[in-house]
Design a protein around this ligand. Structure first.
Ligand SMILES: [Fe+2]
Length: 310
């Protein structure tokens, strides 16, 4: 299903080759659910986690949204050790009904949305730049740096996404995105494979520009949660940004007018749904929501955007 060309692609703006290179993709016929072998995690891996985590402590405290900051505090992620999913799960489940499911790697959309629909969040157990990541891709190099990995790793999944999952409203929203994705893929409305693939891309675009790479207007009162006052006009809620030190600082530089590489556009769900993206290091645009509530409302009020009928 991934990157299937459809005759409706011309409707999108920002069409890109969208290549994700040689990433291994797991589908429902694969054994993709694994056990996290926590005791087997090497010092090297704990060290990489710690390095990445530590760099982001101050930038995220300063620029992340309230949902993230509160979630992170309640979750109690350790700075010096890789996360233990079995320990985190009761905490997340209690907060929003979600749980983490360790998986072997990048999942196809069918499996991903089906898990999300059931409040199961797939997390990989490999961290970028580790020997295990190198071994996994020993047959072909993938770009794999502190600030970017095309294959989502445990740092992106847990440091980026999981604190947000501690918020009940966000958790409900993400489950509803999963349910919608699953309905599109099972062709609930009998639209046929071309429109299924097209509508799936619409939902992927929405996910990309919101919970992966979304920012919002600065909210009243969030600074009381921070050690240092947020000196830009925006807050970050997208996990793809928050798991990258470089992209977090990039957002701040753009917001403050010190960098003009990326443009900030007021969020409009139709535009977000119809804009493709690529997996390059830094996005050339971001959509700015007014608040998390306005994002949720736009999603529930515009479900027809995901059921294009040709
Ligand atoms: Fe992600």
């Amino acid at each position: 299903m991934l990157e299937q060309y459809t005759k409706y692609d011309y409707l999108f703006s920002n069409l890109r080759p969208n290549a994700i290179g040689g990433i291994k993709i797991f589908s429902r016929d694969d054994d993709f659910i694994i056990q996290q072998k926590y005791d087997a995690i090497t010092d090297e891996e704990h060290g990489i986690w710690s390095r990445l985590f530590t760099k982001l402590i101050n930038p995220l405290d300063r620029y992340a949204c309230a949902e993230y900051i509160n979630g992170l505090a309640a979750l109690g992620l350790r700075q010096d050790k890789m996360p233990n999913f079995a320990e985190l799960n009761p905490i997340i489940k209690e907060a929003s009904g979600w749980e983490l499911v360790p998986v072997a790697g990048f999942l196809d959309e069918y499996v991903f949305f089906e898990l999300n629909a059931n409040r199961k969040f797939p997390v990989t157990d490999i961290v970028r730049q580790s020997d295990r990541m190198d071994e996994k891709y020993s047959d072909g190099a993938i770009q794999n740096e502190d600030d970017y990995t095309p294959e989502p790793d445990v740092f992106h999944d847990v440091r980026g996404h999981v604190p947000m999952l501690m918020n009940k409203e966000y958790g409900d929203f993400l489950a509803d995105v999963g349910i919608l994705g699953h309905r599109i893929l099972t062709d609930d409305e009998g639209l046929g494979p071309n429109l299924v693939a097209h509508n799936l891309k619409r939902l992927q675009n929405f996910a990309w520009w919101t919970y992966e790479f979304g920012i919002m207007e600065k909210q009243e009162g969030t600074d009381t949660l921070r050690k240092e006052t947020n000196d830009m006009n925006h807050e970050i809620y997208g996990a793809g940004i928050m798991s990258s030190y470089a992209e977090t600082l990039h957002i701040a530089a753009c917001s403050k007018g010190e960098n003009s590489y990326s443009e900030f556009f007021p969020y409009n769900i139709e535009e977000a749904v119809m804009t493709r993206f690529d997996y390059s290091e830094i996005q050339d645009r971001y959509f700015v929501i007014d608040s998390m509530d306005s994002l949720y409302k736009s999603f529930y009020d515009n479900q027809d955007l995901f059921w294009y009928k040709g």
